[in-house]
Design a protein around this ligand. Sequence first.
Ligand SMILES: Cc1ncc(CO)c(N)n1
Length: 227
Amino acid sequence: MLSEILKKETEPMIEAIYTDAFIQGLVHGDIDDDAVMHYLRADALYLEEFAKLYAMLMSKTDSKETVRFMMGQMTFLLDGESEAHAVLARAVNRPYEDIIENGEWYPSADHYIKHMYFNACTREDIAYAISAMAPCPYVYRRLGQMAMERNTFAADHPYRKWFEFYANDMNDTVDVMFSIIDDAVMHMAEKEVDVLKKNYVESTEHERRFFNMAATKERWDGVGINV
Ligand SMILES: Cc1ncc(CO)c(N)n1
């Protein structure tokens, strides 16, 4: 199945994300507070757009089951994955609402969000957008699993609950997204399947860039802002 190929082919990329600065900073509990806050500012906006993408896709499917899934996801997302975000806000000891005020789509987040919107806007088959959205829960579940397998976190480790959340709470989302992709492949030509694959692999790289964006506190360089 395509989903099994996607998981296998992107595992080295997720391994690279795990060893990059942001996740290693969470594992060792020594990440810069500003990097965590940069991540939260970007991620709060990212999750809002993810919810809006589901709203767009709902109108493109005849499956009541898929609509129910998307409605459930929107509720979950509009709460901003509050549990995971609350762990990070607690770790930097700042009120969450204060942290995420004045966030913006920093360059790497902007590119990721627009990659998903491009597929949602230009394709009738929801599988194109879902293939660009599926790395979101899958990459985080793998990162959570890797962290829990490879480390023994003390009960009071500031980021243990972040890893636990993603290791345990993403199964339904991952399974439904991959089933949509695998079902779509049954009626697609090879060239169309290649687009699904490319969308998925690119979004896995967008996940890596998103974490690096936070680790480097990436911003627009300001050129042309005032034209
Ligand atoms: C950028 C990004 N990808 C995936 C997740 C997991 O939902 C998240 N919160 N943010």
